[in-house]
Design a protein around this ligand. Structure first.
Ligand code: DHB
Length: 306
């Protein structure tokens, strides 16, 4: 049996699988059941300072090769999230990454400041949701100077908490964005957020299926893009990365780690393989390590021969 445990920005993960933000419930009980299903860590759904209303149903489409969603970042606000975080912390079974959202620079700074005293391990700033552009304009993750600025401002108020940024694939040069965040003082990255937005039309009614009309694309179809972009950011910054985007099997997880990821985010695969996907992926990684003489998973990070 290989050693699957990984240290990431000061937190110990029993294996590299992490629940991606926005998937499954928002309560301590759900986070615990995800850990009981084998996850090495949890990312919360993006938390807003105040309640934020999402989009109308239908919000999710699942097909064989891809999913598309436009939930619109609904959240009950920090007060409710704080109760769940405190509850989870009573018998904390695995590290907790708190994803936070905001519409403006000031909102990101305000929520980051509140997070600094909460029992979370890492702060993830979600500046890359593709579904609130109508409300707030182009995501900060799509403009290098905005990405740098939000990181700089958040780092000023977030105390000792490590800060990672969730990057968008919807850019021409992800290295430019990653370097700007690195200059702003970011500690690591999570990438990629969903691709698009995309459009799916019911051809009988000629109406888009999602109530929001367009949505972010995830699932197996986007994995090659995630692997390439993780490698680009790894090479450009050398900062530690949570690699996510279509990871469904242990082999996928090994692949994105070879591209440069330290941890592996799993989201859509919960729909494809059930909540148990975390245990399945960790077991499959273990089998691959045994077959390939790898004793410690950290040996493979960034080892792709390019
Ligand atoms: C939503 C948010 C995201 O960050 C994303 O990638 C896709 C969807 C949402 O809440 O709509």
């Amino acid at each position: 049996m290989a050693n699957l445990s990984i240290k990431y920005l000061g937190a110990e993960f029993k294996n590299p699988t992490v629940l991606a933000s926005g998937v499954t419930g928002v309560t301590a009980a759900t986070w615990r059941s995800v850990v009981n299903s084998g996850a090495g860590g949890i990312t919360t759904k993006s938390i807003w300072l105040n309640e934020h209303k999402g989009h109308k149903n239908p919000t999710i489409i699942t097909t064989e090769h891809w999913m598309m969603n436009a939930v619109g970042l609904p959240d009950a606000g920090l007060e409710k999230a704080q109760q769940e975080i405190d509850e989870y912390n009573k018998t904390k079974p695995a590290p907790l990454i708190a994803s936070v959202a905001g519409g403006t620079m000031d909102e990101f700074v305000a929520i980051a400041e509140k997070m600094k005293d909460l029992p979370i391990d890492i702060l993830e700033i979600n500046i890359s949701c593709p579904n609130v552009e109508g409300e707030f304009g182009l995501p900060f993750a799509c403009v290098a100077k905005d990405a740098r600025k939000v990181v700089e401002e958040v780092k000023k108020v977030s105390g000792k908490k490590p800060v990672i940024v969730k990057l968008s694939p919807n850019v021409t040069d992800i290295k430019e964005i990653a370097n700007a965040c690195a200059e702003g003082g970011v500690d690591g990255f999570c990438l990629i957020n969903t691709l698009g937005p995309g459009l799916y039309i019911n051809i009988e009614t000629r109406i888009p299926v999602l109530a929001n009309k367009v949505g972010g694309i995830s699932g197996p179809a986007i994995k090659p893009l995630a692997v390439k972009m993780v490698h680009d950011v790894y090479k450009a910054t050398k900062l530690p990365i949570i690699g996510t985007g279509g990871i469904t099997t242990g082999r996928d997880a090994i692949e994105i780690m070879m591209a440069g990821a330290t941890l592996v985010g799993i989201g859509s695969a919960v729909y494809y393989r059930g909540l148990d996907v975390f245990r399945k992926v960790a077991n499959e990684m273990n089998e691959w390590c045994d077959l390939n003489g790898v004793k410690d998973l950290s040996e493979i990070i960034g080892t792709v021969k390019m």
